[in-house]
Design a protein around this ligand. Sequence first.
Ligand code: ADP
Ligand code: MG
Length: 215
Amino acid sequence: MIQIKNMKKSYGKNDVVLSVSSIHVNAGERIALTGPSGSGKSTLLHMIGGLVEPTEGEVIVNDIAVYNQSMTARDAFRMENIGYIFQDFHLLPSLTARENVQLVLNGKDAPISEWFERVGLQQKEHAYPHELSRGQQQRVAFIRALIHRPAIVLADEPTGSLDVKTANTMMELLVQICEEEKLTLLAVTHDEQLAEKFPKRWTMYELNQCLAEEI
Ligand code: ADP
Ligand code: MG
């Protein structure tokens, strides 16, 4: 599903921030990725998601070498295969919850109301983001990322701006939905307790050789 080989990333002329010799993720795996701030977690997700090109090496997702495609093909690939969830939700404030979800469907049919019910937001489809709590906003962001059943869900500290109790509930919900829908999930968190909700855990110390060299 996801394969990375001998990949390095530096920004501009700066030092290498991420050096990964090998990653292999099978379809349907749910993995938590932990590591300190600045250890390259977001960079790694961006590279898998087709947003940031590695300086060296290959990223293969669903048998496609992500960065060997044209930009247009890569955009289409991302829309089709990747669901991205951010720490601060990224909902458009002028659209209702339902409209935020519809935006990514591009006119395609999907059981939107069923999804709102599934995450416990049946009353909130027509609410605007400012009328929702932070936990509720993140539920809308979950629906938006998952509704087209992307092969891979990438979540970058998806509970980082929530209180502890809400964060726990939300991480459980995310893992549970990905299990039910058989979606591959790679979620970044710096909270070890949240990571324990995942069947598999990686640390940036294991993955990023730059960190190993610093010790
Ligand atoms: P994490 O998500 O683990 O906090 P990041 O992937 O955001 O780590 O950052 C890893 C390193 O790359 C940091 O040293 C950061 O300063 C650097 N970095 C990240 N994005 C950029 C960028 N767009 N330009 C230059 N340096 C960056
Ligand atoms: Mg980050």
